[in-house]
Design a protein around this ligand. Structure first.
Ligand code: HEM
Length: 529
């Protein structure tokens, strides 16, 4: 009744004022129609609007973009294509189909580079390995050698163990003594920063200590990551405009960039001086990297100045720190909610400790918190499986981006136009019912273990968390060393209790961090020898 009389009076007003204010008479009903349409469509997973297509739905769901991508995939299928939206300016597709992922990242890899936009968006990385550049092949070969050679492997595992022993465990012990409530995500990000820093420069950054002091370089890297996320989601023209005016996140980015460069220059210089003086030979990866480069004639062009070392350090820090720290945080959250998993990991660790022939030596070790050696953990299949399972549900890099060069057809029949933006959702790929079964949302490390108690290779082949093909992660082994050494020492010596009532949700970011951190209380575990 009210609505009808309202409409009648509104029509009379419009009729009366039509000649005087035609724009006003058109604007009001248009706004009314839009708001009615929005109200009607609100709550739907995704809506395809005229002209602006799915972009309003993306903005509406930005706060839960990863879970939203799973909802969309469940509704519309594993590949979603958008052609010539926004007056023909935008064409793109999102996929989590395993066949398509393999095709894009591996089989026809050369047709799907990262794209021209990528280099400009991630300009802070310089010419580092993660870019498409003519020297990428050489750079990858050198980094692989620097990370995978036997001496480097020892540097990495010894350094990790030292950081666990000298920083992580003492910090947790302090938290127990003082009954502190701690943010475990912050602790892990400090732990991975300290490890990467020591591995690279052969010195301790001491970011993870009982005083939890800030660190300018770590803060700079964090600010840069945040600004990069906004560059990734905002239209290019917008962030470039902000950069020109030096406002908002772009101002933050420029400040972070200066801080990072200032610190890296100091550490690289110090490392070179150490090398000249012959101090601490082969104790750091950068040293190995530098001397490898100096020795190899073909690669000499790469070391003309410190820029190469600076760019390598950047990809090392950004590629390895947040990813591994985040992975550890989700792992402990899942383990705390699945106490049966914690019990099985503990059984496995007890078996490693107590089945040793030299038991007397073990008894001595048990007088202080026990920190495992990476070789001791080689048979810890269940721990490995539990880490993989947590990476499946919470892949630290939830989305991967590519651009198509030529027209192509994906294995599921989707036609790809030249220049199309391609987003691979690792997050959705790890949660597909067709691939992982009805229990795909459950945390079940058992799915990674075969009937012989070994790692299940079929399951491993469905997992893309470290990417696949020529650009797959070079730090996978190092990431597992960092995660296994921290997780084994923590689970063996402490029990982590997650505080109830906190909202655990991913932060919209390039790396799947927890938005509000993970608040926990730590208790010392009583060992039954
Ligand atoms: C749980 C931890 C980690 C995860 C989930 C992870 C995941 C990934 C993924 C998905 C890529 C491919 C990115 C793309 O195609 O754009 C990648 C590349 C890379 N990762 Fe990792 N990563 C982890 C830890 C590390 C660590 C510790 C390092 C240390 C050095 C590292 C170094 C790299 C490098 C250098 C690349 C670039 C390879 C290339 O483009 O040729 N990552 N990583």
């Amino acid at each position: 009744m009210y609505l009808q009389s309202g409409l009648v009076s509104f029509s009379l007003i419009c009729f009366y004022y039509w000649r005087v204010w035609p724009e006003f008479c058109l604007l009001v009903p248009s706004l009314l129609l839009i708001s009615l349409y929005c109200k009607h469509k609100h709550g739907q997973v995704i809506v395809r609007w005229p002209i602006v297509s799915v972009f309003p739905s993306i903005f509406e769901n930005m706060h839960r973009i990863h879970d939203w991508s799973v909802d969309v995939v469940n509704l519309w299928g594993s590949t979603i294509v958008e052609r010539r939206a926004i007056f023909g300016c935008f064409s793109g597709l999102v996929t989590c189909d395993p066949g398509n992922i393999e095709y894009i990242l591996k089989t026809n890899f050369s047709n799907f580079p990262k794209g021209d936009d990528f280099k400009e968006t991630l300009d802070i990385f310089g010419d580092s390995l993660i870019m498409d550049s003519p020297s990428w092949n050489d750079h990858r070969r050198l980094t692989r050698r620097a990370l995978m050679s036997n001496p480097s492997r020892s540097v990495i595992s010894d350094t990790c163990k030292k950081v666990v022993q000298d920083s992580l465990v003492p910090f947790l012990h302090h938290a127990v003594q003082k009954s502190l409530i701690i943010d475990l995500q912050d602790v892990f990000l400090r732990y991975t920063f300290d490890t990467s820093f020591s591995v690279l420069f052969g010195r301790s950054a001491n970011y993870l200590s009982t005083s939890l002091l800030p660190n300018e370089l770590a803060q700079g890297l964090d600010d840069a990551m945040e600004a990069l996320f906004y560059r990734n989601v905002m239209p290019n023209a917008y962030w470039k405009f902000c950069r020109r005016l030096m406002i908002g996140n772009e101002r933050k980015m420029q400040k972070a960039w200066k801080t990072i460069d200032r610190h890296l220059a100091v550490h690289i210089k110090a490392k070179r001086e150490d090398m000249v003086k012959g101090i601490a030979q082969t104790s750091s990866l950068l040293e190995g990297d530098m001397s490898n480069l100096v020795r190899s004639e073909n690669d000499e062009v790469l070391i003309q100045d410190d820029k190469f070392s600076r760019d390598s350090a950047m990809s090392f820090f950004i590629g390895g720190n947040d990813t591994t720290g985040t992975a550890l945080t989700w792992f402990f959250w899942l383990v705390a909610r699945n106490l049966n998993v914690e019990a099985k990991i503990l059984d496995e660790l007890n078996l490693i400790v107590f089945s040793k022939e030299n038991f007397i030596e073990q008894e001595d070790r048990l007088k202080t918190p026990l920190v495992f050696d990476i070789n001791e953990l080689k048979d810890a299949v269940y721990l490995h499986a539990a880490i993989c399972e947590s990476l499946r549900l919470y892949p630290p890099i939830p989305h991967n981006r590519r651009t198509s060069l030529k027209q192509d057809v994906l294995p599921d029949g989707t036609i790809v136009d030249p220049g199309m933006m391609i987003v691979i959702s690792m997050y959705a790929a790890g949660r597909m019912e067709q691939v992982w079964g009805k229990d795909c949302l459950e945390f079940k490390p058992e799915r990674w273990i075969n009937e012989n108690g070994k790692l299940n290779h079929e399951t491993m082949s469905k997992f893309f968390g470290f990417s696949i093909g020529p650009r797959s992660c070079l730090g996978q082994e190092m990431a597992f060393v960092m995660m296994k050494l921290a997780a084994s020492a923590m689970i063996f010596n402490f029990h982590v209790e997650v505080l109830v009532g906190q909202v655990i949700t991913p932060k919209p970011s390039i790396v799947l961090k927890m938005k509000n951190g993970l608040m926990v209380r730590v208790k010392e575990r009583v060992l039954h020898v």
